[in-house]
Design a protein around this ligand. Structure first.
Ligand SMILES: CC(C)[C@H](C(=O)O)[C@@H](O)C(=O)O
Ligand code: SF4
Length: 473
């Protein structure tokens, strides 16, 4: 890791984003920023109650977009409990009351908020995007300054379309080289988080760059930025390039005609000045990255699939040793055994991390013509992703493998809609959090890429997907 000086006359991409949105800065550094897009989900009910109690209007309903995701049932025959149905209904009532566009249950554009915003062309380079959700960092993949906010801040943004922030420090994470077949953005993200730690980027925005990052599709970039928060950063960013523009062009809310030409030029001009310095710089080599699996209860507890589990007896630092022992105990794993071959009970392919079309394609490439040895749920990131996958015949591949193909929502990522992993069960999951109880009380989560989840399904164990890909790509 290197620490570089920051020349005053040069601006990074993030400096430019910050300056574009700054309204005023107080003596203590707190800065009032203009918000271009405010996404809300079912969790916004506290903020609306706050607004109603003060009799305040929503300042800019046309810049606010609602998405039903956390509580949406995914199985066609699911009957939501009263409290789940109430959460979804409350979002519909609040958005209708204030004239806010809603991508609600039954709308063909519904999905997970961090999939829907980019997909609809609502998330654009240079915009400031907030949502009462920690994974809002996802939107930075398109060159937006995006971060999660708390319930009180949601009320503040609804009432004022502004947000107070202190300018974060800046870290540049450069990944050069070429990712090997079977390795994706999820592996890059878990790799850096396992090296720097779950609070490794605390207090920083992370700008990703380097040839391996530039080589990622937008779907991959969204995965990478999504996981920034699991490494402690509140935002991840990738400066817009031709890949970004090609992906956005023609999306429903994106500018059109001559507006697009003008906007596209402006987007590209946002890139940082060549010699603008960062507070920190970290470099990784893509060629060295292997498929990664988490073994513990924090995203930093991750290792290449070829590794063996840590042994607390060999850890000199007593605090670290007891953390390892506690994680292994919760996960029901023996120190020192190889990761590969650990038996799993089920898989989950879904979430705002890894349920876009490319993710489904990469899982389907492994599953095609094979059967899953364990049950599993495949929940596309949005209803549009679901339709696209069905047009491509991916649904058939999943169902022929014996997996359940369901509707879109947060689903088993957090289980708020009732899609839960049973106590003690082990799930290979494409999500972003493996905290204790995250997928259900006592549930054991191994975070993996979609291809690795598919490989785990085919063998019933944690498996190096590269072995199953030989001869297939
Ligand atoms: C429920 C919601 C507020 C939460 C978040 O902030 O991230 C959820 O999306 C998560 O992933 O844990
Ligand atoms: S899919 Fe998971 S991580 Fe993403 S917003 Fe929903 S609950 Fe949070």
């Amino acid at each position: 890791m290197t620490v570089s000086r920051r020349p005053a006359d040069k601006r990074t991409f993030f400096d430019k984003l910050w300056d574009l949105h700054r309204i005023l800065t107080r003596d203590d550094g707190a800065t009032l920023l203009w918000v271009d897009r405010h996404f809300i989900h079912e969790g916004s009910h506290h903020a609306f109650a706050n607004l109603a109690a003060r009799n305040l209007p929503v300042a800019h309903p046309e810049l606010t977009f609602g998405v039903a995701d956390h509580y949406v049932p995914t199985r066609p025959d699911a009957v939501p409990t009263d409290s789940i149905a109430r959460m979804i209904l409350t979002l519909s009532e609040n958005t209708a009351r204030y004239g806010i566009t809603l991508f609600g249950r039954g709308d063909p554009r519904q999905g997970i908020v961090h999939v829907v915003g980019p997909e609809q062309g609502l998330t654009l380079p240079g915009l400031l995007v907030v949502c009462g959700d920690s994974h809002t960092a996802t939107h930075g993949a398109l060159g937006a300054y995006a971060f999660g906010i708390g319930a009180t801040e949601v009320a503040h943004v609804l009432a004022t379309q502004t947000i107070w922030q202190k300018k974060p420090k800046q870290m540049r994470l450069v990944v050069d080289g070429r990712l090997m077949p079977g390795i994706g953005a999820k592996d890059v993200a878990l790799n850096w988080i396992s090296r720097l730690g779950a609070d490794g980027a605390r207090g920083h925005v992370v700008e990703y760059d380097g040839t391996a990052i530039r080589g990622l599709t937008v779907e991959g970039r969204l995965t990478l930025c999504n996981l920034s928060i699991e490494g402690g950063a509140r935002s991840g960013l990738i400066a817009p390039d031709e890949t970004t523009l090609n992906w956005i062009k023609g999306r429903p809310f994106a500018p059109t005609g001559s507006d697009w030409e003008r906007a596209a030029e402006g987007f590209l001009a946002l890139a940082g000045d060549d010699d603008a310095g960062f507070d920190r710089e970290v470099r990784l080599t893509a060629d060295e990255i292997a498929p990664i699996v988490t073994w513990g209860t924090s995203p930093e507890e991750a290792l290449p699939i070829t590794a063996t589990l840590p042994d607390p007896a060999r850890e000199p630092d007593p605090a670290k040793a007891s953390r390892i022992a506690a994680s292994l105990d919760y996960m029901g794993l023996t120190p020192g055994r190889s990761l590969e071959g650990i038996e799993i009970d089920q898989i989950f392919i879904g979430s705002c991390t890894n349920a876009r079309i490319e993710d489904l394609r990469s899982a389907a490439a492994v599953l095609a013509g094979r059967r899953s040895k364990v049950p599993g749920l495949v929940s596309p990131g949005s209803t549009l992703v679901k339709s696209q996958a069905e047009q491509e015949g991916l649904d058939r591949i999943f169902m022929d493998a014996g997996l359940e193909w369901v509707g879109s929502g947060c689903s088993m990522c957090v289980g708020m809609n009732g899609d839960l992993v049973a106590p003690g069960k082990r799930c290979a999951s494409t999500t972003n959090r493996n905290f204790r109880g995250r997928q259900g009380q006592g549930a054991r989560t191994h975070l993996v890429s979609p291809a690795m989840a598919a490989a785990a399904a085919v063998t019933g164990t944690l498996t190096d997907v590269r072995k199953l890909l030989r001869g297939r790509c």
